[in-house]
Each structure stands twice: as structure tokens, then as C-alpha cells.
Design a protein around this ligand. Structure first.
Ligand code: ATP
Length: 249
């Protein structure tokens, strides 16, 4: 791998690309994961590659929801593990929440590799291999999950989810928190709470809010959830992007 000089103006973005590409070579990320990453990068460019106020707000409400949940689960795919494995483990420990691997291009080999990587990074138990339940309304491979994990969860945090699965989980009555840099994707429009931020910044910021709220009264957290308007927030994101683009030149 060619050394990227720290002085390079796009150093952080290039290092992230290297991580994704390396994870693909190790069999953790599917090749289409690189394309999804590219789409994410494009939207990250539009928001200025930082956590914008509507995203910080969504991360705050997501933390409240995760703390109020009875059975919270963090659902992970190859890209999420390549970019934020340790951060997801820290978040799961703090809530506490279960971790489950769920892949768009499902293969037992990749699930095993990802779980091995998560354990190497410090995860105690990772769901995703029992495959003893199905999410209604999806084709078989997309629907498989663990009964004690995603299937029975009340709140699910899914970084980088696809629209169909997000809809199917909502149809099961679950609260779905999505991290997606694309504010106009189907997942973003379907989720209960959409976090338009890079997973690399979003997970540590949700953890920061979890720590802030750890001893907070449930009524305060419930009010945050109750007053959340996801469509209003998505409009704020689009307005932020449009203002930013108009002020560039
Ligand atoms: P949908 O099915 O919801 O309409 P899609 O077809 O774009 O969306 P995918 O192809 O599964 O769904 O794409 C995954 C999404 O993940 C993309 O919208 C992309 O913006 C987003 N994404 C990629 N990398 C990151 C990242 N590092 N952080 C946050 N979001 C990301």
C-alpha cells in the first residue's frame, strides 16, 4: 500500500478508503460495499464532512431511544465493521445493546469472518449465526435473522441499511434508527430516526449522548422521542446542503 502523506488535504477520506478496500481484500466487505461507500463519500462532501446540527440532534434522540429500549440491537454489515468496529462495541456496552451481523449479500463465510473480526476487536458475543427467524416481507436471504437478536428487538440501530429491510422492520412495529449520509434514500425516508452523518462520526457522538443521558429522568428522554419529527429534520438537512452549496462561490 502506497503511503498517504498526513499533509494531504484529503488524508482522512483517503485513509478511510484504504480501510474499506483492505477490508474487502480480507473478505469482510462485499465488492458492492465499495460502491455504497462512494455514494456515502459524495454526500459527506455535500454536508462538509462534519456532523451538522440536524445530525447531532438525531444522534441525541437516537441515544434517548436506545436508553429507553427494552431490547435494543445494533445491526452491523461489513462496511460498518470495517469503519467503526471498536466504536460499535463501545456503544453496545454502554447502552447496553446486542450486536448482530446482517448482510445484504449474505454468505456464511463472510458472517464468520466478520464475527471473528468483531471478537478480535473486543466483542463478547455477536448474534447472526443462529438464523432461527425471518423478517416478514423480504426474500429469504434478506429476511434471515436471530430470534433473540433482531427478530425480538424493539429498537434497532442500523448503519447503512437498505430501504426494503428498513421498511420491513418498521412494518414489524420496531423503531429503526438509520445512519445514512444520503438524506433522500428510501431508508432515510422510512426510518423512525435518520442520522445523516458518517458512521465514523455518528457512533462516537451517539455514545457521547448516551453518557450524557445515563442518569437522566425517563420522562425527559420520552419527551425527546415524542417530539421527534423525522421529515422535518430531513428537510433541515436538505436546506443545510442547499445553503452550503449556494454559498460556495
Ligand atoms: P435505499 O435502498 O435506502 O434507497 P441505497 O440503495 O442507496 O438506499 P445502499 O446501496 O444499501 O442503499 O447504500 C447504503 C447507503 O449507505 C448509501 O445511501 C450511502 O449514502 C450510505 N453510506 C455509505 N457509507 C457511509 C458511511 N460511511 N456513513 C454513513 N452512510 C454511509
Amino acid at each position: 500500500m502506497e503511503e498517504i502523506p498526513k499533509s494531504h488535504p484529503r488524508y482522512a477520506s483517503l485513509i478511510t478508503r484504504e480501510r474499506i478496500s483492505q477490508a474487502m481484500n480480507e473478505g469482510l466487505v462485499h465488492e458492492t460495499g465499495l460502491i455504497a461507500h462512494g455514494r456515502g463519500e459524495a454526500y459527506d462532501y455535500l454536508i462538509g464532512e462534519k456532523t451538522i446540527p440536524p445530525a447531532d440532534n438525531a444522534e441525541k434522540v437516537a441515544a434517548a431511544s436506545l436508553l429507553l429500549a427494552k431490547k435494543p440491537v445494533i445491526s452491523l454489515n461489513g462496511n460498518a465493521v470495517a469503519l467503526a468496529a471498536k466504536e460499535c462495541i463501545r456503544l453496545a456496552d454502554a447502552i447496553p445493546a446486542k450486536l448482530e451481523i446482517n448482510l445484504f449479500h449474505r454468505s456464511n463465510d463472510r458472517i464468520k469472518k466478520i464475527i471473528k473480526e468483531m471478537k478480535k476487536q473486543g466483542a463478547k458475543y455477536v448474534y447472526g449465526t443462529k438464523s432461527d427467524a425471518c423478517i416478514p416481507g423480504l426474500n429469504y436471504n434478506r429476511s434471515i435473522c436471530d430470534k433473540d437478536g433482531i427478530y425480538s428487538a424493539d429498537v434497532i440501530l442500523v448503519p447503512l441499511e437498505d430501504g426494503d429491510r428498513c421498511r420491513a422492520l418498521r412494518n414489524m412495529g420496531k423503531k429503526v434508527i438509520v445512519i445514512d449520509l444520503n438524506p433522500i434514500s428510501r431508508s432515510s425516508k422510512t426510518a423512525s430516526i435518520t442520522i445523516v452523518d458518517n458512521i465514523i462520526r455518528a457512533i462516537p457522538n451517539i455514545l457521547k449522548w448516551i453518557n450524557t443521558f445515563k442518569n437522566e429522568d425517563n420522562i425527559i428522554l420520552e419527551n425527546l422521542e415524542k417530539n421527534w419529527d423525522n421529515n422535518k429534520m430531513l428537510k433541515e438537512v436538505l436546506s443545510f446542503i442547499s445553503k452550503r452549496l449556494n454559498s460556495l462561490f
